[in-house]
Design a protein around this ligand. Structure first.
Ligand code: FBP
Length: 342
């Protein structure tokens, strides 16, 4: 139909256009450069839900944290896509999967739980956190239709020795060998959930010390990942968004993690099947987050990891942790108290 000369010019034109588009696409901000955005988002969420601590209103606390985080992320110097957000499994307020936030520019991925441990917040118990993680665009696992996953988390050298496919007893044995300690000296975090009863019994039987908070496997994983953490391993089934955020912390710290999708309800299992996701597959850390990442959290209801917001000289202060580029930073942020809801 067209002569050869025309086809060649057309192909050249298409190539030039594609190259120009590539050149003009804004480059993604490095996750570590997004630290101020992450800290602003978790700080705002923690302050917004502070008035709901101990009020028995989990939904209101979640909604306040979510709205504050959404407003803070709208100011991000880039275009963040929510890859996995908490909320769908409990029909709670959420930042929606595929929601795009920010002032435009280079793209980045977001995993988020504006209020991790909603129930602890509602009950006024320690452990609730505002949490977020960022990673290079396209690098976070697309697992939004999954609510739960089996997780195993550790820092080196135990991490290099263990495997989710092995029994808990074998993992304890290998971790103990790697750490040159007896199994009795190992500390393992497992959430205190009915589904973990048999696992906890087996770990006790094997001689390990089991730490069982009622909720909070992000904080539990940090106990096993941070260089000064007081645990050696986290094992068990918990939320998928929490898992992806944990992977971002693990990757940024040079830690170790594996996960496997573990649907807890029929609708979840059906959604995984529809999406063609394999519940046998073991996701390595690189599968969960394949690029540079950052994790940040701010304390909401207090606890060993992060303080609840507090007043100081007419200012409201928050306590945050940010993990990026192999480093852990503790950050106190202050806001003039005037105008803030109590
Ligand atoms: P929420 O923010 O949903 O309250 O999460 C608390 C938590 O304990 C997570 O840390 C954990 O991953 C998840 O719940 C486990 O889910 P469930 O409470 O349904 O067992």
């Amino acid at each position: 139909m067209f002569d050869e000369g025309f086809s060649r010019s057309f192909a050249r034109l298409m190539l030039t256009t594609a190259l120009k588009a590539e050149r003009s696409a804004p480059s993604p901000p490095a996750p570590a450069a997004l630290e101020p955005t992450a800290l602003a988002a978790t700080h705002a969420a923690a302050l917004a839900c502070r008035r709901w601590v101990g009020r028995g209103r989990a939904h209101d606390a979640d909604a306040a944290a979510t709205e504050a985080m959404r407003a803070a992320l709208a100011q991000a110097p880039g275009r963040g896509t929510v890859v996995v957000g908490e909320g769908a499994k409990d029909r709670a307020p959420m930042l929606y999967d595929n929601e795009v936030l920010g002032r435009g520019g280079g793209a980045f991925d977001i995993a988020v739980d504006p209020l991790e441990c909603t129930k602890l917040c509602a009950k006024g118990l320690p452990g609730a956190l505002a949490t977020i993680a960022f990673a290079q665009p396209g690098s976070m696992a697309r697992l939004a239709c999954s609510y739960y996953m089996d997780k195993i988390v550790a820092r080196a050298p135990a991490g290099d020795a263990i495997d989710l496919a092995l029994t808990p007893e074998e993992n304890l044995r290998r971790a103990a060998h790697a750490l040159d300690r007896p199994v009795a000296a190992l500390r393992v975090v497992v959430l205190d959930k009915p589904r973990h009863r048999a696992l906890i019994d087996r770990l006790h039987e094997a001689g390990a010390c089991v730490i069982s908070p009622p909720d909070g496997d992000v904080a539990g994983a940090l106990r096993a990942l941070l260089p000064d953490g007081d645990a050696d391993l986290l094992i068990g089934t918990g939320g998928t968004p929490e898992g992806v955020m944990t992977a971002c912390a693990a990757r940024a710290l040079g830690g170790w993690m594996q996960a496997r999708l573990a649907p807890q309800r029929e609708d979840e299992a059906a959604a995984l099947a529809r999406a063609g996701l394999d519940t046998e597959r073991i996701y390595e850390l690189d599968d969960l987050v394949g690029g540079e990442s950052l994790f940040a959290a701010t304390g909401v209801s207090g606890g060993a990891l992060l303080r609840a917001p507090w007043r100081r000289d007419g200012e409201l202060c928050t306590d945050s942790i940010v993990i990026a580029a192999g480093a852990v930073r503790r950050v106190v942020q202050a806001n003039p108290e005037e105008g803030l809801s109590r």
